[in-house]
Design a binder for this molecule. Structure first.
Ligand SMILES: [Cu+2]
Length: 352
């Protein structure tokens, strides 16, 4: 309909110009177009401002970064917005103002201006300097958050798969046990392929939600079991791809507990989210993880409730379900035997 209307108006004005004489019609059209250019400038800029006023508060930006490292990201975002905003304003105003101001007029002649080395140098060197500053700021921050975390940091492993996240904590020894993708077996309670030959695996726990401690740096070790996912942490202003076969890392320091954030935002339901930031398949949208940021005491209490995944894989080794407690030193041998039994269920015979 709109196309038809425009088409008809164009046709009608064509006939009008034939009737009135072409020169006069063009002069009038120029005038109208000149004012329309000015109107477009004013309404366009006002619209951009209005959108920002209306929707800016709906973004996560006004909440502030929930991680110390994310403040730097917000900072860089503002600098980028400042530079690009200035260029946007200057170019838009120049574009539409010139179209209005220098419209065709009787007796006005255009200046022939083909080249200026000075101008070329200015608009090459200034953007080059500004972009270099922005890129160097970004690179420095990138090397920081993907580099070594502070000494007092904790480590959490996060593994993506279609469609969900699995978290692993290293337990008291602070070491994440070895894994092998060939050992992945959800049915036998080994969703990550933990190698039961490695004693560092015996105390590793796999909680449903990620628990972090406020003020304590955390290093995420990020994996994927199938396609490329991405650990997106919008409240903390960070994200990192989860690539199969190539562990990636990222560290940050949460600033406020979930409880504090709920009070700050006046949203009793608030949770810190992990979103998958790579389109990874049909149920990509459902890859939502929850991070509970708590105090150290709450964290200790919460982790104490969890049983190592080793006991889920070998319930008979669980001291709480067994009267006879297996000595820890025997555990590696015991694990081996159980694996062998599971694998050769049919072959086991009382040969001795
Ligand atoms: Cu995903």
């Amino acid at each position: 309909m709109i196309f038809l209307v425009i088409f008809q108006i164009a046709k009608a004005s064509e006939y009008v110009s034939v009737l009135r004489g072409e020169k006069k019609a063009r002069e009038q059209a120029n005038k109208i177009n000149g004012f329309l250019m000015l109107a477009f400038l004013v309404f366009g800029l006002a619209g951009a401002w209005y959108c920002n006023e209306l929707l800016g508060k709906e973004t996560l930006f006004p909440q502030g970064s929930a991680s110390i490292e994310g403040e730097e990201i917000d900072n860089m975002f503002m600098w980028t917005l400042l530079f690009t905003g200035l260029v946007f304003l200057a170019t838009q105003i120049a574009l539409f103002w010139f179209a209005f101001r220098y419209q065709e007029k009787e007796g006005r002649k255009t200046v022939f201006f083909a080249h200026s080395n000075k101008l070329e140098a200015i608009w090459t060197i200034i953007p080059a300097i500004v972009l270099t500053v922005l890129v160097v700021m970004g690179l420095r921050h990138w090397f920081k958050i993907t580099g070594d975390p502070p000494k007092d940091s904790m480590v959490v492993e996060i593994t993506g798969q279609q469609f969900g996240w699995t978290y692993r904590y290293p337990g008291d020894d602070g070491i994440l046990g070895k894994k092998n993708y060939k050992l992945i077996n959800g049915g036998e309670n080994n969703p990550l392929g933990q190698d039961w030959q490695d004693a560092a695996n015996y105390d590793d726990v796999l909680p449903t939600n990620m628990y972090l401690v406020t003020g304590k740096p955390v290093k995420l070790v990020i994996n994927s079991k199938d396609v490329i996912h991405d650990v997106g942490l919008p409240h903390f202003r960070l994200k990192m791809d989860a690539v199969p076969g190539i562990p990636t890392t990222l560290w940050f320091t949460p600033k406020w507990t979930t409880e504090e954030m709920r009070k700050r935002l006046n949203k009793p339901e608030f949770e810190y989210e992990i979103v998958c930031d790579q389109l990874c398949g049909a149920s990509h949208y459902s890859m939502r993880g929850i991070i509970k940021v708590v105090t150290q005491e709450e964290y200790d209490a919460e982790l104490a409730k969890l049983k190592p995944n080793y006991f889920a894989a070998f319930p008979d080794k669980d001291p709480s379900t067994k009267k006879e407690v297996t000595p820890v030193a025997d555990a590696p041998e015991a694990a081996k035997t159980t694996v062998a039994l599971v694998e050769n269920k049919m072959a086991v015979k009382p040969t001795l």
